[in-house]
Every structure is written in C-alpha cells, then in structure tokens.
Design a binder for this molecule. Structure first.
Ligand code: CP
Length: 319
C-alpha cells in the first residue's frame, strides 16, 4: 500500500480484516518495524479517537510520532493556488507539505469538509494537495468525503460480532443533529459495506440522500422502522443534505435510535463512530445498554491504524 485514503487502496478486505485481528491479538509483536522512521499526524480539525489511536498504533510499531494540531498550533494555511497572500493566511500548504516531507516518512492528515462549497468538498480540495505535494505515503485521518480508518475499524467490529453462517443485515440510519454534519463517515461506511459480505441498507429522511457516487445500488429507504426490521447491526450517524448542500431540511417523525426502535430487529448491535450527542442521535439506554458495541468500535481504531501503518512500512522497508 502506498497511500491510504479509501477502501480502494487495499488489495483484499477480508485479508486486511484478518490481519487486523491478528494484530489485535498481539499488538506488540513487531515493535521495531518502524524503527528509525517518523510519522507526522497533522490535524486540521479536532479529534479524540483518531489522534490517540493513531499515536498508539504508531508507537506499537516503533515509529517516532510527530503530532501537529495545525488549527491551533501552526501558521494559518493558504490552500488556493496563485493567491496574493496579503490577508490572514501566513504559509501556503504546498510549502508546509514540502517541509513535512523533510521530517516524515509517512504523512497522515485530517482535513474535514468545509461544508461551504460542494465543489471543493467533492473534489477533496485539501487532501488532493497532500497527495500532490507529499513525497512520502499519505494516510487519511478523515477527509472531506471519506473516513477510511474508521470504516476499517467498523468492518473489524462487525466481523468480531458475527458468528452465524447467514449474511448479517447492516443498516446505516440517519440520526438528528443540531448542525450540518459532513458526509464522510456515512459515505465511507457505505463504500466499505459494499465490499463486505452483508445485506446493507441505508435509511434517512427525504432530502438527506447521500451522494449517488457512494450509494450506487445500495437500497435507500425513507421509512426507518421498515429499514430496521430484522437488522443485525445498526450504525447510527447524522449527515446534512447532499443535494441542497449542507442544508438541514425539515424532518418528519422521530429518528433518534431508542430501545423501542430496536424491538423490530434481531437484537441488533448498535454502532456509532463517536463523538455522539446522547439523547439526540441515540438514547442513553441504547448507548449504555447491551446492544451497544460502540466502545469496542473505538478500541478497534488502534488495530485499524496499526494494520495500515504496518502495511505501508512493509512497502517502505522493501525499498
Ligand atoms: N470517530 C472519530 O474519528 O473520532 P474523532 O473525531 O474523535 O477522531
């Protein structure tokens, strides 16, 4: 693997999940694989899980870890080409990346959707600059349209919790929120579920359909109760409108996930990438109850990151 920005950067999903589960069994088995090498974790946006799980994963492999909370600690970056930088921006992103090239063997970056320009977000205007200017492998720590390390952790978690022979039914359900949220987690989960041996459906209110580029042939059901019927896994996530970009069209009915809504399922396991707004997206009783595998999901972020870093290091160590 050279870069890791989507499911399309891995060769075989089942093999990758199996590798992650092996790493979970023995996370300290290769403590010198990254010896003498440095990973830069660059955060243009806030994080708890991604920052810490990536740091643990890198340390387990013996990598030196540099963390730059760029939004708070670095110079205000300019992303547009050809700009006369006589305003608030102090350093062009291409200069910043060139400098990171001098210090790092792997650059990992978090660059959320700006949620202002659909065109900029869809074309990954920031991640694409990292891919263009980095001379070392680039790992996405969540970009405008995808969150692949989260999705790999989600696949690991589903695999761990499914022992039956039949395919599980996995439902991605929209949940309420107070502000416009990006599509990255939902898009990415959708792409990865399309590669898994599962029956996958999405449920969201009218006006909230995701980008067809990601949903493809996945059924989108606008009635949540109908979609939840017989579910084995329910993934809860908010996102704003894609068609009317970043808008929050009025929603009919109650979409927060509760125990009552789970009665129609096969004792479904409940997932969420976190952070979650309790009693808005899902109820306390769901979050704290037996259905939830949400903290297990968060733990698996370590092994998702470690699997990806390990694969990239294998490639670097070959050169
Ligand atoms: N799920 C996730 O990416 O969490 P953070 O935003 O805290 O990193």
């Amino acid at each position: 693997m050279k870069n890791f920005t989507s499911v399309y950067d891995i060769d075989n999903l089942q093999d990758t999940i199996a590798k992650a589960l092996e790493i979970k069994e023995k996370p300290l088995e290769n403590p010198t694989k990254g010896k003498g090498k440095t990973i830069g974790l660059v955060f243009l946006n806030s994080s708890l899980r991604t920052r810490l799980s990536s740091q643990i994963a890198a340390q387990n492999l013996g990598l030196n870890v540099l963390i730059l909370n760029a939004a708070q600690e670095a110079w205000n970056l300019e992303f547009a080409d050809g700009t006369v930088m006589d305003g608030n921006t102090v350093e062009h992103v291409k200069d910043a990346i060139e400098v990171l090239n001098q210090y790092c063997d792997i650059i990992a970056v978090r660059c959320f959707a700006g949620m202002k320009s659909k065109e900029d977000d869809v074309k990954e205007s920031i991640l694409s600059q990292f891919l263009k200017y980095a001379k070392v492998p680039v790992v996405s720590l969540e970009s405008a349209t995808r969150h692949p390390l989260q999705s790999l952790a989600d696949c690991i978690t589903i695999t761990e919790n499914w022992k039956e022979k039949r395919k599980p039914k996995v439902v991605l359900t929209w949940a309420p929120h107070i502000k416009p949220i990006a599509h990255a987690v939902a898009n990415s989960f959708t792409e990865w579920m399309q590669q898994m041996d599962v029956d996958f459906v999405i449920t969201n209110p009218e006006g909230y359909d995701l980008d067809k580029k990601f949903t493809k042939d996945t059924p989108v059901i606008h009635n949540q109760d109908e979609a939840l019927k017989d579910a084995d896994f329910v993934y809860v996530k908010n996102w704003s409108s894609f068609d009317d970009y970043a808008a929050m069209p009025k929603v009919e009915g109650e979409w927060m996930l509760t125990n009552e809504k789970l009665e129609n399922t096969h004792q479904a396991k409940v997932m969420h990438c976190l952070p979650v707004r309790r009693n808005l997206e899902l109820s306390d009783e769901v979050m704290d109850g037996d259905h939830s595998i949400i903290y297990q999901q968060a733990k698996n972020r370590i092994f998702s990151a470690q699997t990806v870093f390990s694969d990239i290091l294998d490639n670097l160590n070959k050169d």
